[in-house]
Structure formats: structure tokens, C-alpha cells
Design a protein around this ligand. Structure first.
Ligand code: NAD
Length: 307
């Protein structure tokens, strides 16, 4: 019988835990929970004898992996897995997976919530603009980007996308105009929605040179990661370009400075809210449990990210 730990500083919804438990127990395994832990020592203790670990934004580093002597697999219930030290996991012969696609619609819907808020001047009582007929640039055409494209068509937007790795034909097949570079996307679009992961190449890559290419009244929407933004340059740019707006689901390090300097042009959710829906919670949690059982019982590594 394998022991599977759900370790979540910010717990799943109870209904998601119920679904995870059903998957695990039906497979003849044991589920243990460590929720709302406040100290890393609690995590180090809880992982000691487990075979598998389900996490959310929880950090799994070398120390956690050292403590988890029997660990075979970690599944990040969600898309971004920059909270797991992949090299350390590989060195410890631990498989790391994410659950791609399970929260994409939730994130995409939030991007539109923030877009509408931005073009309606943050509901300050003044006349805004509509999304219909505007050019939307989707920066990275992955799971979230594709959902954004689908919803954008319902709004009657003209949709463009740039992705460094996704073939142009795939983008065009979805009825979206593929552009050749990030620069072309920003030059073309009234609103740019970020859906790149935080990687060595993307960190700090959303800088003044890029965002400064946006036409007058441009809106930058970030439901990706704060690390991709060059905050110092964006602040300087927004001081020079008083027409630009920035709305983000990932609070910048310089949140207070953004809020003080750009009242009426800036908004951040207080906590990352993109995947915070009942549906996404349940989907990602259950997918994580199924992936663990598939790996432990049948060796399935489909969503492995530390190849
Ligand atoms: P995904 O892996 O399905 O898609 C990522 C896309 O980015 C891929 O198509 C890839 O080709 C592209 N890409 C990678 N590097 C690139 C680069 N340098 N330039 C252009 N394109 C590049 O991921 P996803 O599910 O669409 O999620 C996207 C990101 O959104 C995640 O990595 C995560 O950081 C973030 N996210 C945030 C929340 C939230 O709560 N706000 C929730 C889920 C995901």
C-alpha cells in the first residue's frame, strides 16, 4: 500500500480532497493530509515516509527531497512548476509532474475579468471602451492562451498570438493570427495577455522595450508569473507613457510603488486568484491523484516535467 501525502499551505477545497481520497483509496492506497502548515519543519516531518506527494504552490527543494527517503513522485496540481527544484528531484530519482490544462479555463476567465475592468477604467464612473473589435495579443499559445483565444472570439476581438515553440499552423488552425515575434505582437495589439511560463529565457523579459511598442491606450494583462516582468522598467515606462495600464493576478514585488504611482491604471489581485475556482481545484487535484496512481501502478509518465 502506497502512502500519498497532500501537502498544501493553501488547502484544496474540501470537495477536491474528497475526490482525491476516492481515487487514492479505490486504488488501495492511503491518503494523508498536511494542510495549512506554517513551518517547513512540518513538511519535512510529513514527507519522511511517503511514496508520493501532491502539492499546490508549495516549495519542494533539496531539503524536502532529502527528508523524503521513500518519495517516488511529486505532482504539482496546477500548471506552473517553478516551485519544484527539478534538478534536485532528478538527482533524488523523483519523478515530477504537473497537471496541465486543468485550470486553464479558470485563468483565462480571470484574464477577461481583468481586461473588462481595465477598459472600463476600473469602474470609476467614467466612460470606457469595449473589447469588441480590439486587437488582443496572446503571448504564448499554451493551455491558458488557447482558452483566452476561444473566449476572445466570443467578445468579438481580433486575436493574435506569438509562441516561441508552438508551430504557427497550430495557432492559425485555431482561427488566430500567428505573428513572428513578441515585438510584432506588442506593436500590433491594444491588449496583450501574458501566458508564458517563468523560465530562464522569460524572466524579466517583459521590459520597457517590448511593452513600449504597444499602441496608445495599451493594456498589459498578467496572469502568468511576476518574475517575467521587469518591474523597474515597467514602472519607468508607465511614468513616461501615462496611457498604459497594467493589471495583474500576480502581485509585483513593487506593488506599493505601482499602486501609489499608477492609481487608476494599475490593479493587482491581493493573492493569485487565476486557478481559484471550485472547478479548477477539483480538476487539478483529481488529475494529480490519477497521475500518481498511473505512475505507481503502471509506470505512466505522461506529464513528467523532469525528463
Ligand atoms: P502551458 O505549458 O500549457 O503553455 C505555455 C506556453 O508557453 C507553451 O505553448 C510554450 O510553447 C510557450 N512558451 C514557453 N516559453 C516561451 C517563450 N520564451 N516565448 C513564448 N512562448 C513561450 O502553460 P499554461 O497552462 O498555458 O500556463 C501558462 C503559465 O500561466 C504557467 O506557466 C503559469 O506560470 C501561469 N499560470 C498562472 C496561474 C494563476 O493562478 N494566475 C494558473 C495557472 C498557470
Amino acid at each position: 500500500m502506497a502512502k500519498i501525502l497532500v501537502a498544501t499551505e493553501k488547502p484544496f477545497a474540501a470537495i477536491a480532497v474528497k475526490g482525491i481520497r476516492e481515487v487514492v483509496e479505490q486504488a488501495g492506497d492511503e491518503l494523508v493530509l498536511l494542510e495549512k502548515y506554517t513551518d517547513k519543519a512540518q513538511l519535512l516531518d510529513a514527507v519522511k515516509d511517503v511514496d508520493a506527494l501532491i502539492i499546490r504552490s508549495d516549495k519542494v527543494d533539496n531539503e524536502v527531497l532529502d527528508a523524503a527517503k521513500q518519495l517516488k513522485i511529486v505532482v504539482r496540481a496546477g500548471a506552473g512548476y517553478d516551485n519544484v527544484d527539478l534538478d534536485a528531484a532528478t538527482a533524488h530519482q523523483v519523478c515530477v509532474m504537473n497537471t496541465p490544462g486543468q485550470n486553464s479555463n479558470a485563468v483565462a476567465e480571470l484574464a477577461f475579468g481583468m481586461m473588462v475592468m481595465a477598459v472600463r477604467n476600473f469602474y470609476n464612473g467614467t466612460s470606457g471602451t469595449e473589447l469588441k473589435g480590439k486587437k488582443l495579443g496572446i503571448h504564448a499559445f499554451g493551455n491558458v492562451g488557447r482558452n483566452v483565444a476561444r473566449i476572445a472570439k466570443g467578445f468579438g476581438m481580433e486575436v493574435y498570438a506569438y509562441d516561441a515553440f508552438c508551430p504557427k499552423e497550430v495557432i492559425e488552425e485555431a482561427g488566430v493570427k500567428a505573428v513572428d515575434s513578441a515585438e510584432a505582437l506588442y506593436e500590433t495589439c491594444n491588449i496583450v495577455s501574458l501566458h508564458i511560463p517563468a523560465t530562464a529565457e522569460t524572466k524579466n523579459s517583459i521590459n520597457a522595450a517590448l511593452v513600449g511598442k504597444m499602441p496608445k491606450g495599451g493594456v498589459l494583462v498578467n496572469t502568468a508569473r511576476k518574475e517575467v516582468i521587469n518591474e523597474a522598467e515597467l514602472i519607468q515606462l508607465m511614468e513616461e507613457r501615462t496611457d498604459l495600464k497594467y493589471v495583474t493576478d500576480i502581485m509585483p514585488v513593487a506593488n506599493e510603488e505601482f499602486a501609489a504611482k499608477f492609481a487608476g491604471r494599475y490593479f493587482s489581485t491581493p493573492k493569485k486568484m487565476g486557478a481559484q475556482t471550485a472547478e479548477a481545484n477539483i480538476n487539478a487535484g483529481i488529475a494529480a491523484a490519477r497521475q500518481i496512481e498511473g505512475f505507481l501502478k503502471e509506470g505512466i509518465e505522461k506529464f513528467r516535467v523532469n525528463k
